[in-house]
Design a protein around this ligand. Sequence first.
Ligand code: CTP
Length: 255
Amino acid sequence: LACGWLGKGRLAEPAEIVDAALAVLRRKRSLEGECVLVTAGPTVEDIDPVRFVSNRSTGRMGYRLAEAARDRGARVILVSGPTALPPPAGLELVSVRSAQDMAASVSARLAEASIVAMAAAVSDYRPASASPTKVKKTEGSISVEMVRTPDILKGVGTEKGGRFAIGFAAETDGVLQNARKKRIEKNVDLLVANDVTRQGAGFAGETNAAVLIDAQGEADLPLMSKRELAERIWDRVEQLRRPLPEDETNEANVR
Ligand code: CTP
C-alpha cells in the first residue's frame, strides 16, 4: 500500500501467516462437529476507575487450547479476560473483564457447547463495591472488603449434562492432592494440574508441565510448549470420549 494501514494488498503480520499455515498443516479434523467453549486469561476486579485486583495469568494456555481445537475442526468460542495476546483467527472471541462478566458469558453460551475447557484464572474475590470515583488517600491505613465471585467451573460441573468438562488447577503446594480434590468437587471429566512455581511452567512463558487427571488414571507430562500440551489434552479428551467395548478402559492409553 502506498500509505494507509488497511486495504487490499496489505500483507498480514508474519505471526498470523504462520498461524494460518500451521492450521492447514496440522488439520486433523478430529473435533469436527464439536463446539468448544474455552475460558482464558485473568479476570480483573475494579476497586475504582484507576485500580484493580487481578493475577499473573497471560491467557497463553487457554489461547493455545482454543487454537488447537480450532485446528482440529471444532467451532470455538473463546471467552477471554484482558490479555496482551492477538485475537486468534478463525474463532469467536468474547472479551470480558470481571469474574461476573465471565460467568454471564459462559452461562449465555453454554447451551451451544459440547466441550467446555476452563483455563481462565478467575479471581475468587472482588471488592464488595467499586468506587465510581478515584479513592483518595488519607493518613491512616485502609481496607477493601472483598466478597466471593461465582465459581464458574463448579456451576458448569453441576449443569453440564452430557457435556465434557475440562478444568485446570493452579497450585503452589500439595499439587496432586489439591487437583484430585478439585476434579471431584467441580465434577470435571479431565483436570489439568499445574505447579505454577515450577521453572518453565505455569503463568507467562510458552512452556508448561502438567499432570492430566481423569477418572481412569493420571499422566505426568514433561515440560513442553503450551501448544504441544494443548494437543496432548485434546488427544486425551478424544480418547476418553471414544466409545469403548464393555469391560475395557482407557487406562492403557494414558501416556
Ligand atoms: N474457576 C472458575 N471460577 C472461579 C474460580 C476458578 O471457573 N471463581 C476454575 C478455573 O478456571 C480452573 C479451576 O476452576 O479451571 C480451578 O481454579 P483454581 O484457581 O486452581 O482453583 P480455585 O477453585 O479458585 O481454588 P483455590 O483458589 O482454593 O485453589
